[in-house]
Design a protein around this ligand. Structure first.
Ligand code: PMV
Length: 370
């Protein structure tokens, strides 16, 4: 078991943060400003609970030089490898350090050790949970805080953390908060807002993440966002999104799963239509996903279950259903797609930084399989 017990030696303090992934119901695809991660449209997501990144940060107060953070990704209980995108992460950390300076010392280089509770390259947005956990861990280490109450006393709220995480990866801003989270683009990069709009308690839902294709993502989301405006469908999409987002929020407010399901299926197909008609085009899924989607729709039409899908920038569908139906839906999926596996997730409550928090067992690339 890994515990978040802050450890202190003469020159070192370790803190541990964890942040969940989130599944967008109305998607963020395309940026109006790529450096500032200013999205082309508003989005709304559901924060997950079990698919998480766990990051510990140790401050080496005696390390004088800038840019000497050490970042490792844990692949087993005893092994770790260098983080894939060291340069991007280091640039983000140096930017974050400047933001944090007014609130704390922000001195010393960081040793960061990170791992995911879900398998890599499975289509779960690890950049969302990754940058959210990194932001919270680094902020706590640099300010010498151990929980959100202490951060709050320094004047750092979840809104600050969310805004900072956004600069690492856009969708990470929504993972700081729990429940259903709306990211409004505002009128300028500085007037963006990230608001938790409905709590976990308002409507706990199940998200069955169906791993039917474990191949690595072909095009990074950074590259995909950049291509969005080359699609002739992008402006058509943007002109209808305000209305769709309003309907989506109403469906969540009224806990109307059939209405929400119809909206999220149309929304994810539309985002993928933009991806497939961009130049160069991006196909994030192939025949395995198409077979699954058409099976799900047919089974639903026959009255076999009430479940709806959405897709992120990858081939693995997220199937949303009521918690009381989840076991039956999952069993039917596994019966019809025996070589797939399912991550059984649900609405969750956002990033955590607590001294006594239990972060669960480390399962390298494993999760619970079926
Ligand atoms: O945060 P990024 O740059 O990885 O973009 C995420 C984009 C989608 O996952 C496809 C949609 C979303 O809103 O999360």
């Amino acid at each position: 078991m890994v515990k978040n017990t802050p450890q202190q030696t003469e020159n070192e303090t370790t803190v541990r943060a964890t942040a969940p992934s989130n599944i967008a119901l109305i998607k963020y695809w395309g940026k109006s400003d790529a450096t500032l991660n200013w999205p082309a449209n508003d989005s709304i997501s559901m924060t997950l609970s079990r698919a998480r990144t766990i990051t510990s940060a140790t401050i080496r107060s005696n390390a004088p030089a800038e840019n000497c953070h050490r970042l490792a990704f844990r692949t087993s209980a005893t092994k770790s490898i260098a983080v894939r995108d060291q340069e991007k992460t280091t640039r983000f950390l140096e930017w974050l350090r400047r933001e944090i300076k007014p609130y704390g010392s922000a001195e010393g280089a960081l040793d960061l050790l990170t791992y995911n509770s879900f398998p890599s390259s499975c289509g779960i947005a690890s950049s969302a949970s990754g940058f959210a956990a990194l932001t919270v861990a680094a902020t706590a280490a640099w300010t010498g805080t151990k929980n959100f109450a202490e951060l709050h006393d320094l004047g750092i709220s979840r809104a600050h953390l969310s805004d900072w995480a956004r600069r690492g990866s856009g969708s990470a801003c929504r993972s700081i908060h729990g429940g259903f989270v709306q990211w409004e683009r505002g009128h300028s990069p500085n007037t963006q807002k990230i608001n938790p709009v409905f709590s976990v308690e308002h409507w706990p839902l199940t998200d069955l993440i169906v791993l039917i294709d474990r191949g690595a993502k072909s095009t990074s989301s950074t590259e995909g966002h950049a291509r969005a405006f080359t699609s002739p469908l992008m402006n058509v999409r943007l002109s209808g999104l305000g209305e769709r987002l309003k309907n989506c929020a109403q469906a969540i407010e009224g806990r109307d799963l059939e209405r929400l399901g119809t909206i999220i299926e149309a929304e994810s197909i539309e985002m993928h239509a933009v991806m497939m008609t961009s130049n160069p085009r991006t196909d994030y899924f192939g025949s395995a996903t198409i077979n699954f989607i058409s099976w799900l729709r047919k089974s639903r039409a026959k009255g076999e279950f009430s479940a709806w899908f959405t897709l992120d920038a990858g081939p693995n569908p997220h199937v949303l259903c009521r918690p009381e139906d989840a076991a039956a839906v999952k069993a039917t999926i596994l019966q019809n797609f025996p070589s797939s596996s399912v991550i059984h997730d649900q609405t969750g409550s956002g990033a955590i930084l607590e001294s006594e928090q239990n972060f669960g067992e480390f399962i390298p690339g494993g999760f619970d399989g079926h």
